[in-house]
Design a binder for this molecule. Structure first.
Ligand code: C6P
Length: 416
């Protein structure tokens, strides 16, 4: 791949990028597929697909257990992904990276372990009004169990939170601040650096839900000084069933384990068990070896293009789509924050989002419709849901143009 993906004028060579994604050659309902459901899951490049086949055809074995050659090869490949994730988020040590099933499991792990040990009666947990259910429900469950209090930072009409609203909820009782770095339904990028500093001053720890941020922007856990960060491989060109949880060593070490089983122990007797060191203390049982291994080429894919180039390309598509939609009278954009990742949510007056999604699909355009697992956020805007187009590095200006034209046609039909 290398330089082939970058054209000389600083623009991406999207044709070279698209060639790496077999599914993008598909036709849907007689039209070339325009895939704009990337916030739900991205498509996978051949390097990821091939890594899966190669693992199963050449060195399928369990890891961290065997002395035989296949086991050593599989273990090395698995740990190489951990090292690549460490570099991607700039964690201090690879041991601070735990493999999970996805963002949801990462957040549940922190709520169930850190929460179990360090959050109690009357303690406070702060989230925002734009969180995905995965960053609401685990804290609600914990709050219910412990008698803790869940506080929510409200959002304004544009879909932004303010530092003042955050500060007015922060107190000596705040033990956890759990917020998304970027919103899946609105695209809003939150000012997390300021929030983290304020939270730390109040003695709270901060978990960042980076599911929608890590695929699109540089994330440096040391520069941000977040305590935990969760993300999903499948939203960043990697396989499903793999997530990453970053945690600061000193916190991970004092947290109780999440699940019991093989790999997470040092010694087991019927009287008592001593636990393994991090990260293995949190990785009970045989992990998703093949998919973790196949996540590495996805990270390589992102690194080869470069996050800055990805962000520039996606931002241009977002601006093009936003400008196009703003010309259509009956289209309302939902989420117009100043800082956004490449997510564009909208509605058309008099139409249900689901119907719009079906009509777009009829012309080969894939979008997501509904509440996007953010029901409280939809309630805030007094809407049932939205149509969401989310852009990835392989999307093109021509595809966005098709989207705008199709939405124009759909909107015109309703007016009549
Ligand atoms: N959002 C979307 O279409 P999992 O499912 O565990 O990989 O990720 C959960 C999750 C957590 N936080 C945010 C901000 C997310 O966007 C998601 C997943 C998908 O928006 C599926 S609902």
């Amino acid at each position: 791949m290398g330089e082939a993906v970058k054209a000389t004028d600083n623009q991406l060579n999207t044709s070279a990028i698209r060639e790496q994604f077999p599914v993008l050659e598909r036709e849907v309902n007689g039209f070339p597929l325009a895939y704009f459901d990337n916030a739900a899951t991205t498509q996978k490049p051949l390097s990821v697909i091939n890594a899966l086949t190669e693992y199963y055809s050449a060195y399928n074995a369990n890891i961290h257990r065997g002395v035989h050659t296949l086991a050593e090869e599989a273990t090395t490949a698995f740990e190489q992904t951990r090292a690549a994730v460490r570099r991607l988020v700039n964690a201090r040590e690879a041991e601070e990276i735990i493999f999970t099933k996805g963002t949801s499991e990462g957040i549940n792990l922190v709520a169930a372990t850190y929460g179990k040990a360090f959050i109690g009666q009357g303690d406070e947990i702060i989230i925002t009004g734009m969180e995905h259910h995965s960053n609401i429900v685990p804290w609600q469950m914990l709050a219910e169990e412990k008698g803790a209090v869940l506080k929510v930072i409200p959002i304004n009409e544009r879909g932004e939170i303010s530092l003042d609203e955050f500060n007015s909820r922060l107190s000596g009782n705040t033990k956890m601040v759990a917020i998304c770095l970027a919103s899946n339904a609105l695209g809003t990028v939150n000012p997390v650096k300021e929030l983290i500093t304020a939270a730390h001053d109040a003695g709270a720890v901060v978990l960042l839900d980076a599911a929608q941020a890590l695929p699109h922007m540089e994330v440096d856990v040391q520069a941000l000084d977040c305590d935990f960060l969760a993300a999903s491989a499948h939203k960043m060109y990697g396989p499903t069933g793999v997530g990453i949880l970053y945690g600061k060593r000193r916190l991970l070490e004092k947290m109780p384990p999440y699940q019991g089983g093989g790999e997470m122990i040092k010694e087991v007797t019927f009287a008592r068990t001593t636990y393994n060191d991090i990260p293995f203390k949190f990785e009970a049982g045989t992990p998703n070896i093949a998919d973790v291994i196949a996540f590495k080429p996805a990270i390589d894919f992102i690194n080869t293009i470069g996050k800055e180039n990805i962000a520039r390309h996606e931002h241009a598509l977002l601006q093009q789509a936003t400008a196009g939609f703003q010309q259509i009278d009956s289209v309302q954009l939902v989420g117009t924050a100043k800082e956004k990742v490449s997510v564009l949510s909208f509605n058309i007056t008099g139409m249900h989002p689901f119907d719009i999604g079906m009509m777009l699909d009829a012309t080969g355009i894939a979008v997501r419709t509904g509440h996007h697992c953010t029901m409280p956020l939809m309630e805030r805007f007094a809407i049932e849901g939205t149509v969401r187009a989310s852009f990835a590095v392989y999307n093109t200006a021509e595809e966005v143009d098709r989207l705008i034209r199709s939405v124009e046609r759909i909107a015109a039909r309703v007016k009549k």
